[in-house]
Design a protein around this ligand. Structure first.
Ligand code: IMP
Length: 183
């Protein structure tokens, strides 16, 4: 789905797919350098991180493994509940692994805080985060995100894996959802 296909539902186009790809290539080069000769495990958070995981992993020149977790987040609303539950756990043992969590977006940071605490208790050799988008104005904690695609305004966005009520995940770029869609 292209940004033009849902232009009436968007109040602003933030990034086109080619802008996202360009930024991902830069981040992939950093990760290539930082994890050279290391056993890298990418941990994706379903469902939002599917697109960024697919594109980031293919932009890497180094080997990596991938695993997935599903945790509850927004439901169909547009504000964080702060309630986090593991719906699907990883298949891999993290002990001694170099783990990079791949996130679609860090909004309040509540989900990520929970996730990192949980993953840290499994004793990985290292634990870092890559987030495609981050909303600095919404942050409710100061979790370090080592690799950030773009800092964006504190508005509800859709596309590139991010949904509203289950829709727009397959939108190739990122846009701000127009208020008439959810009000
Ligand atoms: P946080 O706990 O507030 O950081 O929110 C984390 C999760 O909420 C993300 O992984 C997304 O699934 C969802 N989320 C946060 N902001 C947005 C948004 O603007 N659009 C769509 N989903 C969002």
């Amino acid at each position: 789905m292209d940004l033009r296909d849902v232009s009436d539902d968007l109040s602003q186009v933030l990034y086109t797919k080619s802008q996202l790809d360009e930024r991902l290539a830069e981040i992939a080069a950093q990760i290539d350098a930082d994890y050279e000769r290391k056993d890298l495990l990418l941990v994706g958070v379903l469902n939002g991180a599917v697109m960024v995981m697919a594109d980031l992993s293919r932009a890497l020149s180094i080997h990596c493994e991938m695993d997935w977790m599903a945790i509850s987040s927004y439901g169909s609303g547009t504000s964080s509940s702060g309630v986090v539950r593991i719906l699907k756990d990883l298949n891999s043992n993290l002990l001694g692994r170099h783990v990079l969590v791949v996130e679609d977006i860090v909004d309040t940071g509540l989900t990520l805080a929970y996730l990192l605490e949980n993953l840290r208790s499994r004793k990985p050799a290292s634990l870092e985060v890559m987030a495609m988008f981050r909303k600095p104005e919404a942050a409710r904690n100061d979790i370090e995100v080592k690799y950030v695609g773009f800092d964006i305004p504190n508005e509800f966005v859709v596309g590139y894996g991010l949904d509203y009520a289950g829709r727009y995940r397959n939108l190739s770029g990122l846009g701000t959802l127009a208020p008439h869609v959810y009000s």
